[in-house]
Design a protein around this ligand. Structure first.
Ligand code: PNW
Length: 482
């Protein structure tokens, strides 16, 4: 129930989709079991010293691969009706393409069955950053158009098998992080083709990757809609935060707009308006690949709804250097060329003071309402919006422990309350069609470069005995929907 004044008796729309989310590489562990092929994250975490802050890897994690039945039973007991996992591409196709790995398929058969048996509805992500390493070595992963066919092949296999159980499909998680998460060569890594150190995929790989992720998504969606005639809805997950212009000065407004263009606009323009935002085209010139007319047609309208992972808010400001930056690819801020800082306290809605455990966010639950309104304003053609991830990593020191049964992460409990209140206010007062909200994450997980000590979970994971302990925010989240 909402605490927001005036909203106590306001109800969410029927069929509002809500639950907790996760991703395969971040929780499964069992990275070398049952015929799974390596993904780029197995390589990055093992072979690049310091790439992951605490040098942890995905080899042994919460072991959801083995403990999924108890994890699902817990979700059921807590009262969840939906869960959003991702499927590991290299478990299904160890080499990215080629032979199917039967034990990998059997595993996800068992997971889907376990969910369906207890009446928990799966919202499944097909790709959450675990690119099969073989494809990275073969042709540079997502920076090469060849990956489109390989992804489509994998996606068709999974969707054909599970569509009757899966009402929501996410093809790709957050293509905004194109580059090292998908395709690029972090500076420390040997380029497998040339054997040289220090070669970055750089800006070309970044925008090629973006280009092919969206194309791959669109090809799957077209097949899903027209040929396969799937029963569910399909989209991809955007990542992007809210930008409040620091003032009404033209430079600040332009900065906010450029921040949007280069985050969510990069992928939202093509499927709503039919092409990349003008600012991307004029700044990036021939670094930005071009879609053919046929591709534009396939991409436009390829999303059944708008999915946004929206964690926090920034204040956007322009500077007198922006014009020069936009013309000079050697500039460090190129191509965004737009300033921003984490939203401060000055008149901006803030959650309680406190560390969020990551350096890229403060708790700004009020920002989500402004952001949803802004999304609707920028792309009026989007049918409805789902907030597919939100949360933060309350540091362990902030947790008060009571008899080991529940951990009191009070700041995050407050953040969840405020965030959900603001989504409800957005629906009720601003008439934004928000149809779902997913908390990140089901439990603590491998937080990519930040490793294991950054804990986004609504349950605490003890990595020694693998117990999961609910945090207060888990109950706050659940109670909100009662
Ligand atoms: C998402 N930002 O990444 C990912 O989808 C998850 O896998 C991850 O665990 C989660 O959010 C928490 O980080 C993001 O800088 C990374 O705004 C960075 C940002 C947003 C999302």
């Amino acid at each position: 129930a909402s605490h927001e004044t005036g909203l106590k008796d306001v109800k969410l729309p029927q069929n509002f989709a809500w639950g907790v989310a996760s991703s395969a590489y971040q929780i499964e562990g069992a990275a070398k079991e049952d015929g799974k092929g390596p993904s780029i994250w197995d390589m990055l975490s093992h072979q690049v010293p310091g790439f992951v802050a605490d040098n942890s890897t995905g080899d042994v994690l919460a072991e959801h691969y083995y403990l999924f039945k108890q994890d699902i039973a817990r979700l059921k007991a807590l009262g969840f009706k939906a869960f959003s996992p991702s499927i590991s591409w290299p478990r299904i196709f160890p080499f990215g393409n080629g032979p199917v790995n039967a034990p990998g398929v059997a595993h996800y058969d068992a997971v889907i069955t376990a969910l369906v048996d207890v009446g928990i509805s799966p919202a499944v992500t097909l790709f959450h950053w675990d690119t099969p390493l073989a494809l990275f070595h073969e042709y540079g992963g997502w920076s090469n158009e060849k990956i489109v066919d390989d992804f489509v092949h994998y996606a068709k296999f999974i969707i054909t098998r599970y569509d009757k159980y899966v009402p929501i499909w996410f093809t790709i998680n957050e293509p905004q992080y194109c580059n090292w998460q998908y395709a690029g060569y972090p500076a420390e890594i040997l380029n497998p083709k040339t054997g040289k150190k220090g070669e970055k995929g750089g800006i070309k790989a970044r925008f090629a990757c973006g280009h092919y992720t969206l194309l791959a998504h669109a090809r799957v969606a077209k097949w899903y809609h027209e040929e396969f005639k799937g029963q569910g809805r399909i989209t991809f997950k955007n990542s992007g935060n809210y930008y409040e212009p620091a003032s009404t000065a033209a430079a600040d407004l332009r900065s906010a707009q450029r921040n949007y263009d280069f985050s969510i606009g990069w992928f939202s323009g093509p499927w709503t308006d039919g092409d990349y935002p003008e600012s991307l085209k004029s700044t990036l010139d021939d670094v930005l690949p071009k879609y053919t007319e046929e591709e534009k047609r396939i991409i436009k309208g390829s999303c059944d709804f708008y999915a946004i992972d929206a964690y926090t808010s920034y204040t956007a400001f322009g500077s007198s250097n922006d014009e020069a930056c936009m013309k000079d690819p050697k500039n460090g801020a190129f191509p965004e060329c737009a300033g921003s800082r984490q939203a401060g306290n000055d008149g901006f809605p803030m959650g309680p003071a406190g560390d969020t455990g990551v350096d890229w966010m403060k708790t700004t639950p009020g920002g989500i309402r402004r952001y949803l309104r802004k999304l609707k304003e920028m792309w009026p053609s989007i049918p409805d919006i789902v907030v597919t991830e939100f949360g933060f990593a309350e540091p362990f020191e902030n947790l008060m422990k009571t008899k080991g049964e529940i951990l009191w992460d009070l700041r995050r409990a407050d953040y969840y309350q405020g965030f959900l209140d603001n989504i409800l206010a957005s629906i009720h007062y601003d008439k934004v069609n928000v149809t779902g909200a997913w908390g990140w994450a089901i439990f603590d997980n491998f937080e990519w470069n930040a490793g294991l000590s950054t804990r986004f979970g609504l349950q605490y994971v003890n990595y020694t005995d693998l117990t999961r302990t609910p945090k207060a925010s888990m109950f706050q989240f659940l109670n909100w929907f009662q």
